[in-house]
Write a protein that binds this ligand. Structure first.
Ligand SMILES: Cc1ncc(COP(=O)(O)O)c(C=O)c1O
Length: 418
């Protein structure tokens, strides 16, 4: 038992803020950071973050294995990134035009990401995926888009997994296929019309929330590329969640498959609000034609932070550090699961792990497990992949494993059949 596993944590300050929030914010907190559907051990409001550790508003400390759903890749408050951000902030952030670091950031991304010849910047992942679609449509003059059924590409009407607030017209040009199933891509192309497919959107691997993860079959990646070439469609990779966690360039580079366009956000600024759409020469025509912009898209601080982040990722061997921490975690969880006699499935890359429980109706075991882990100082998620960052030390993983041990004990005592 580590120092993080204290007596029951107080959450009175959090409760008071939640009460106030419910009066002025829909549901008290909406979106992916809302904890209304999570166990009661999850606080809603946080006070401080440093490295791989966070403190909630009641002062309870946690090792964060969600990394704010991805943006934290080097560690909260990484000194080099913070220095670059502070230096730029002292000169200016929102200005009448961008700072030179916009050009440096575009140059760095074009250097690091093999398929990229140019970069456009925005704020969120949804901006980046939607930009890629607009650019593909403007370049090809076509309407239809293929996206894997159940894959999340942002909250826009074309990509939203919930239909509330969208119209069927807004989704009419989106055709589903099944990830890793090339025949389903061919069928979707036929459904859409072979001459009308502007883009096929893929994830670097299947990381749909609520499902075990699926690594990409290299033959699928090559096959999708061939389909796009055959029918003149853009291959778009949504790197928003996985970008720079798997590879220092594009995630499919190790498979030898280059997309035409790619969407990035989350980790590229280590927590600063920045997104990028990258593309090759063929698609620059569409990028030049579309009208896409935002009041805060050209802020200099996040761009300076992104330059420092992308340099530090390689200089600090960040992916190696995440793989090491993720492997320690995966091995430890496997040992604990077998010691407790609880059957789990660990899927996906170790630096973006997903843990599910056998026969887990409505995620009841996962909820029990994560609630207990939270109480013992580790932030996990019952229905979404977790994220390692380069700041997770061996001691952090030990602390997480002490918390997950409590999680397994809770699952055993709640679900074990006598
Ligand atoms: C794969 C993927 N694409 C797009 C998005 C949307 O990004 P954002 O929430 O920054 O708009 C997300 C967010 O979780 C994502 O995981």
């Amino acid at each position: 038992v580590t120092e993080l596993a204290r007596d029951r944590r107080s959450r009175t300050t959090d409760g008071a803020w939640r009460e106030r929030a419910r009066r002025v914010i829909p549901t008290g907190m909406y979106g992916h950071l809302g904890v209304n559907a999570l166990p009661p051990e999850y606080p809603q409001f946080y006070g401080r973050a440093e490295g791989a550790h966070v403190w909630d508003v009641d002062g309870n400390e946690y090792v964060d294995v969600m990394c704010s759903f991805g943006p934290n890749i080097l560690g909260y408050g990484h000194p080099t990134v913070e220095q670059a951000a502070a230096d730029q902030r002292a000169r200016g952030d929102t200005q009448p035009g961008p700072a030179p670091c916009m050009v440096e950031l575009a140059e760095l991304l074009v250097e690091r990401v093999a398929h990229a010849d140019w970069a456009m910047f925005a704020k969120n992942g949804t901006d980046a995926t939607s930009l890629c679609l607009s650019i593909a449509r403007a370049t090809t003059g076509r309407s239809a888009v293929l996206a894997a059924r159940g894959a999340y590409h942002g909250w826009a009407a074309w990509s939203n997994l919930r239909v509330d607030g969208t119209t069927s017209e807004e989704r009419a040009n989106v055709f589903p296929y099944r990830f890793n199933d090339l025949a389903s891509v061919e069928r979707a192309i036929d459904d859409a019309g072979r001459d009308d497919v502007a883009a096929v959107v893929v994830s670097p691997f299947r990381h749909d929330a609520g499902h075990d993860q699926e690594m990409t079959d290299p033959a699928f990646a090559r096959g999708v590329r061939e389909c796009c070439d055959r029918y003149g469609a853009a291959l778009v990779i949504d790197e928003v969640r996985a970008g720079f966690r798997l590879h220092h360039g594009g995630s499919w580079e190790p498979l030898g498959v280059d997309p035409d366009l790619s969407a990035w956000s989350k980790a590229i600024g280590n927590g600063y609000a920045i997104a990028a759409a990258l593309g090759n020469e063929r698609f620059v025509r569409g990028a030049e034609r579309i009208f896409a912009t935002g009041s805060f898209w050209y802020q200099a601080v996040p761009m300076a932070a992104a330059v420092a982040t992308i340099r530090a990722l390689r200089d600090d061997a960040a992916i190696d550090a995440m793989v090491r921490a993720g492997t320690l975690l995966r091995d430890g969880l496997a040992r604990q699961a077998s010691a407790h006699g609880v059957a789990i499935n660990q899927t996906g890359p170790v630096q973006m792990p997903n843990v599910s429980f056998d026969g887990d109706v409505a995620f009841a075991k996962a909820m029990t497990f994560c609630g207990a882990a939270m109480e013992h100082g580790a932030i996990l998620h019952p229905r979404h992949n977790w994220f390692l960052c380069a700041a997770h030390t061996d001691a952090d993983i030990e602390a997480v494993l002490a918390a997950t041990d409590a999680g397994f004990r809770a699952v055993r005592s709640s679900f074990e059949t006598p």
